[in-house]
Design a protein around this ligand. Structure first.
Ligand code: SF4
Length: 239
């Protein structure tokens, strides 16, 4: 294995807390570095890039840690997240890691920020969780990227959107209906995640609102909260 340095914030074992794979134990690899800038980001400690190899993991060390945390392959799923694992500075390292993990028989999920489709990587992985950013994030996802995902990765991805307000819900609803008109077949799951912000108490009213808006407006979405925040609190890391 050729040695390579990867910008990794942390590697840890936990149970998937959100999206359609909620409840699945897996090993998470959290890459460091993100320029996307969501205002309600709960991982701002992952934003800074470092150019120093001293702050990085070698590919060998990362593989060893994943192998150990997975119980030598007992946990089959690895989730690559961030930060932004799809930032061009991270993609070569993520690709190298993915190739080595695939050789060991792991299945790979990647968390995509919704800012780019990266076929060289998406072709390698087994599942893609692709964000469709809502107005409350102050970041925009180009709807053409969702169309591209449906063309290239049918059956292999989910869309996830954080919903903070009715404006966010209505934005998702409008774009859902527009896409439905444009695409021949529309089979991917679109998950609404009621926001549960850092240091916030459990937002029961917001959660109830999102459930109600969805139920009353065609029920196009799956509403799935962030289970790990209910269990460990909204500020806990790597859980
Ligand atoms: S893409 Fe992810 S890590 Fe980057 S700012 Fe948005 S929520 Fe935070």
């Amino acid at each position: 294995m050729s040695e390579r340095y990867l910008s990794i914030n942390s590697i840890y074992k936990a149970t998937e807390g959100e999206g359609i794979n909620i409840g699945r134990p897996q090993v998470f690899v959290r890459f460091q570095g993100c320029f996307v800038g969501c205002v309600n980001c709960d991982s701002k400690d992952t934003w800074a890039f470092s150019d120093s190899d001293q702050d990085k993991w070698t590919l060998t060390k990362a593989i060893d840690e994943i192998w150990s945390l997975s119980g030598e392959g007992s946990l089959t799923w690895i989730s690559i997240t961030g930060g932004d694992p799809l930032h061009p500075k991270n993609v070569p390292g993520v690709e190298a890691l993915t190739k080595e993990l695939k050789k060991k028989g792991f299945l790979i999920n990647i968390e995509a920020a919704g800012t780019r489709v990266v076929p060289s990587l998406f072709d390698l992985v087994d599942y893609i969780s692709f964000d469709f950013k809502t107005p409350s994030t102050n970041v925009r996802t180009d709807v053409a990227l969702i169309q591209k995902m449906e063309q290239l990765y049918k059956g292999k991805f989910q869309i996830k959107s954080v919903v903070e307000s009715k404006t966010d819900f209505e934005f998702c609803q409008k774009n859902y209906l527009d896409l439905k008109r444009q695409l021949d077949r529309f089979a991917f799951p679109w998950v609404l995640t009621p926001s549960y912000n850092v240091n916030e108490s459990f937002p029961e009213k917001r959660f109830q609102d999102v459930l109600s808006w969805n139920e009353s407006n065609g029920a196009h979405f799956r509403v799935i909260g962030q289970q790990h925040k209910w269990v460990f609190g909204s500020s806990a890391k790597n859980v």
